[in-house]
Design a protein around this ligand. Sequence first.
Ligand code: PMP
Length: 429
Amino acid sequence: TASRPTDADLLARRARLLGPAYRTFYDTPFHPVRGDGVWLYDADNRPFLDAYNNVASVGHCHPQVVQALTRQAATLNTHTRYLHAGVLDYAERLLARLPRELGHAMFTCTGSEANDLALRIARAHTGASGLIVTRFAYHGVTAPLAEASPSLGKSIQIGASVRTVPAPDLHPQEPARVGRQFADGVRAAIADLQAHGLRPAALLVDTVFSSDGICTDPAGFLQEAVQAIRAEGGVFIADEVQPGFGRTGDALWGFARHGVVPDIVTLGKPMGNGHPVAGLAVRPEVMAAFGRECRYFNTFGGNPVSMAVAHAVLDVIEGEGLQANAQAVGQYLRHQLRQLAQRHAVIGDVRGAGLFIGVDLVADRAQRTPDPALTARVVNGLRQRQVLLSATGEHASALKIRPPLVFSRGHADQLVDALDAVLSELPPG
Ligand code: PMP
């Protein structure tokens, strides 16, 4: 048999061919060759429990999604300037699952394009340029979004019309004040824009604040900030690329737990279970100015294959009750993690909604001292024990747990047992 390339070979080729900007996860990079449900397999057929990939949200290689994709690919795929019912059927179905106020859907291939388009729509509608994001946000790869993605690192130049605000307090003394504090930040950012002769076009937030460390509670805390941006003529863009399509368990969308209706909702990652399909939904009155000023054409966005895939993903989410599963298993997993915290003082906090969970690892629980080095050791230790997850937050000191929504209680037990074992092996600190 032909010899397999070693991982070292692949790493060397990556560096040579793809250049220096790419990164891999883990001290020992992971090299899966096959996926099935919540499992990824390496070339030796060893199973790895996937507690990280929210893209394959209905499970890796779900047969219903694969079949929809291959069937449509074998029938027709074209650019999006011909008539095709698939995009309309999906738009109808998607809009029916969003608040009534959101009357139009537009399609892209990536979450970045969706956010970029949302920003252009917001700027056309308001005639303003200011953009407000959280202090450790990530919103995408285009130039205007990289300039609004401080999580890319200290060397990222924040745009002249971008202002960052502190993320909602992850560990509030008084939960009732989270919304006020967050809105105070937004009001200060608006004032600073105005002091520089700018007006705010939009407040753009990931509604679970996934790269800021995961902040979901108390439900409702976003309301005051949304009022604050609208009071100054700006719009509220809910970035649902991470939480959307049922992950938060209580609703299909992360913004719903806050009782707000966004002006624009952007969608991505789980929408196609790995196939690149993304998009946005928007209030018609917010869309109108952009529609007058511009035409929109996206070669691949909303093509027949992408729409068939997106349809199949919704079929599976609804047919298999995955939102309810996210709710039930997420609650169970948080409970088990809190039990584990009773035996491991390094677990500083467990939070989240549905199957979007953050676990702070701390050097001192009372002081909540972040421990990024420990977090990196735990993430790598879990990888050695064939459990995949990652870290998030300003200090990369919270475990980010975000498995496919087909995660069961049994899988949750396996994850917690592996974490218990890794934490138990830590040298006394
Ligand atoms: N918004 C958020 C909140 C994201 O996490 C990401 C991707 N990590 C994006 C937007 C960009 O999506 P994409 O990578 O599909 O362009």
